[in-house]
Design a protein. Sequence first.
Length: 94
Amino acid sequence: MNTADWAEFLAGAIELQPEWSKQPGATESDLTALEEHLGTSLPPSYREFLKASNGFDTPNYHVQSFLGTEEIEWFSVANYKWADMYGGPDSGME
C-alpha cells in the first residue's frame, strides 16, 4: 500500500472506531533516522504506513498502539529482561 492508500484505510478505521487516533505522518528524515538506528531498511509498506501516520492509537486489549519512529526499537532491546529470560544471550535474538 502507498501513503495515500494507508491514509484512506486509516480514515475508514477511525470512522468505524472514533476512539482510535492517528498521528501526523513521519518525515523522510524521521524514517532515515529510524533505519539508521535499527541498522536496516524498513519494509516498503511499513515505511508508507509511517508516512501516513507516525503512530496510531487503538485503545483496546488486542493492540494498544502502533509505535511512531521515536519509539520503535528492537524487541530484544525494548524487552531485554524478557528476551534474556526466554532466549538467553546466545539465542541470536536481535
